[in-house]
Write a protein that binds this ligand. Structure first.
Ligand SMILES: *[C@@H]1O[C@H](CO)[C@@H](O)[C@H](O)[C@H]1NC(C)=O
Ligand SMILES: *[C@@H]1O[C@H](CO)[C@@H](O)[C@H](O)[C@H]1NC(C)=O
Ligand SMILES: *[C@@H]1O[C@H](CO)[C@@H](O)[C@H](O)[C@H]1NC(C)=O
Ligand SMILES: *[C@@H]1O[C@H](CO)[C@@H](O)[C@H](O)[C@H]1NC(C)=O
Ligand SMILES: *[C@@H]1O[C@H](CO)[C@@H](O)[C@H](O)[C@H]1NC(C)=O
Ligand SMILES: *[C@@H]1O[C@H](CO)[C@@H](O)[C@H](O)[C@H]1NC(C)=O
Ligand SMILES: *[C@@H]1O[C@H](CO)[C@@H](O)[C@H](O)[C@H]1NC(C)=O
Length: 522
């Protein structure tokens, strides 16, 4: 009994020291990888081997950076199938049928890659980009690759998303703990319904979404605008839909992860400080929390109350809303007219992360005008916007309630919200009223100024004898002395603008309404 413990302790020590043993960059039927050995990519960027995190009795196969000080694992093969209590027994080998498998001391299969097919002349290699590939060494045909089964890390060049033909869903699932690579409660995957977007879940609860790709970046990650060392790509065709990123300079070490706390992070290795620098993370602020303001709500971190309703909407349960319980969200002030055969209109909502697109439809060939027309024709269509903000074209149409909309100071985009015409008029009416008030204020100040001049002139005239004799007080020339602008009294303006009639209105400026007046007045 005692002897066996000593023996296994010795074996463990022996194999720990043996970790330095490197067996090239590949595994073949005649060259398996044993516990304690590793393989390293040709130029030494990545290393694959066995590791025992925390609890020493669980053995995993992982990939980490060969040259970085503390181990940073980028992939774990058997995260949910560790080899338990088998000190020194583990071996990763390829059998004669070309199947890769982790075997225990007695030759039982502990783990074998999902989706791998039999290969002739098999060879498994760790590549310079961190991909562990199983190929036919004669033809080079790919049988299986670790990049198709991410753990919690997306490396440069990986496809993050779906192979629609095979149903392969490449997603991230967090580690359960710092020393526990087994599948945690958080996952981050691409939802392909409507316009594809990445969604972060805790168990089955949706916590965050990136928003759809808008031609330049994800609608909900305006920061992507600023990373000029990265090349971001979104590929969507009948067989595949995925996101991938590469770097302009190959010496930059970076990774995108989903950590054990359910936070997705982009990190960059700073060689000088020898640390991983977090350059982006999400959820970042309260408005990133999915559906923070409920259906048809609008989240804005610059608002003290955070939540508001979209234009034309009002809190569904005002009592709850005032207590900051906004979960019920907002409802329309006025039902859409299309239900009764009438017509509706659109208002622009600017600078936003677009609403959840899982219940939307996308047509990349349409123009924005065509999009508006098509949305107007279907009563369930509640909003539309450009699918590609770079060209301003393409069409996304939303149906039903608008979820998880937020605003950005910079980097947001525009959507057009369908409202009943009375809710459009409401806005219009308010603007008009403001315009009239401004106009009245401007006119009265001009009159006040004018009359002051008039009094001054009159007093001057009283002290001198008028050379001009009788003068018409209403003669505008009289009151323009010393001023660039002609001044009119109210009755003249009322007459000239036909009592501020709309027919004479030629526009609205920042300062008020502008009216045309008959030429003779001037
Ligand atoms: C390995 O390094 C050499 C020399 O720096 C370079 O020419 C080669 O492209 C690199 N190979 C890979 C796979 O990065
Ligand atoms: C592994 O060993 C530990 C302690 O020696 C024991 O508690 C555990 O049940 C064993 N697990 C398995 C799966 O045998
Ligand atoms: C693959 O391997 C299995 C297990 O040995 C074997 O039964 C099967 O015939 C092989 N298939 C092909 C296509 O070689
Ligand atoms: C993630 O992908 C795996 C297959 O690799 C799949 O079994 C799992 O359901 C996916 N998880 C989510 C949340 O899509
Ligand atoms: C998620 O599920 C795990 C068990 O699988 C549980 O312990 C945890 O509390 C759940 N998280 C939430 C937020 O429900
Ligand atoms: C490496 O790990 C040690 C101990 O956990 C820690 O003190 C140190 O800061 C880490 N270094 C880096 C570069 O992360
Ligand atoms: C309106 O759009 C919905 C959702 O796409 C669709 O199910 C419905 O058939 C459309 N109605 C009409 C009249 O086109």
């Amino acid at each position: 009994m005692k002897g066996s413990t000593q023996e296994s302790a010795f074996a463990f020590l022996f194999f720990t020291l043996f970790t330095l043993s490197i067996a090239g960059d590949s595994i073949t039927p005649t060259q398996p990888l044993r516990d304690g050995q590793t393989i390293v990519s040709p130029n030494g960027t990545f290393e694959l081997g066995f590791f025992r995190p925390g609890a020493l009795n669980k053995l995993y196969i992982g990939i980490w950076y060969h040259n970085l000080p503390n181990r940073t694992y980028v992939w774990v093969a058997n995260r949910d199938d560790p080899l338990v209590n088998d000190t020194g027994g583990g071996v990763l080998r390829i059998d004669r049928d070309g199947r890769l498998a982790l075997l225990n001391r007695v030759g039982g299969v502990v783990w074998s890659p999902k989706g791998a097919t039999n290969v002739t002349n098999p060879i498994a290699r760790i590549q310079e980009d961190g991909n562990f590939v199983l190929t036919n060494s004669a033809t080079g045909a790919l049988a299986w690759q670790s990049f198709d089964y991410p753990t919690d890390t997306i490396l440069p060049g990986m496809k993050y998303g779906w192979d629609l033909k095979t149903g392969l869903d490449r997603n991230m699932t967090s580690w359960r703990g710092p020393d526990d690579p087994s599948s945690g409660d958080y996952s981050f995957y691409m939802d392909v319904h409507g316009s594809p977007q990445f969604k972060l879940f805790e168990n089955s609860t949706l916590k965050y979404r990136t928003g759809p790709w808008n031609g330049l970046r994800f609608s909900g990650i305006p920061e992507m605008k600023t990373y000029d060392q990265f090349i971001f790509q979104f590929v969507q065709n009948p067989t595949e839909v995925y996101y991938t990123y590469t770097l302009k300079q190959s010496n930059i070490i970076t990774r995108l992860i989903l950590n054990q706390a359910g936070v997705t992070q982009r990190l960059v290795w700073l060689d000088a400080q020898q640390i991983w620098n977090i350059i982006w993370f999400a959820p970042m602020d309260p408005c990133d929390n999915y559906g923070k303001c409920g259906p048809n709500g609008l989240c804005d971190t610059n608002e003290i109350s955070l939540c508001d309703c979209l234009r034309g909407f009002e809190p569904k349960t005002p009592q709850a809303w005032y207590l900051r319980d906004v979960s019920d969200g907002c409802v329309r002030k006025t039902a859409l007219a299309c239900r009764g055969g009438g017509s509706d209109g659109f208002v622009v909502v600017s600078g936003v992360k677009v609403p959840d697109t899982s219940r939307s439809m996308v047509d990349r060939t349409m123009s924005l005008d065509e999009c508006r027309g098509k949305c107007l024709k279907n009563c369930s269509c509640t909003a539309y916007g450009a699918a590609d903000i770079g060209s301003g074209s393409g069409c996304v149409m939303w149906y039903g309630d608008l979820m998880d909309t937020r605003t950005y100071g910079d980097g947001g985009q525009d959507i057009y919200l369908r409202l009943a015409s009375s809710d459009l008029d409401d806005e219009h009416h308010k603007k008009k009223l403001i315009g009239v008030v401004v106009a009245v204020v401007v006119v009265s100040s001009m009159l006040l100024l004018g009359s002051s001049f008039w009094f001054v002139l009159k007093r001057k005239k009283a002290s001198k004898v008028s050379r001009r004799g009788t003068q018409n007080e209403n003669n505008p020339e009289n009151s323009t002395m010393g001023m660039d602008l002609p001044l009119f009294d109210l009755s003249t303006i009322v007459m000239a603008t036909d009592n501020f009639s709309n027919a004479n209105k030629i526009g609205e400026g920042g300062f008020g309404l502008v009216y045309k007046v008959p030429f003779f007045i001037l």
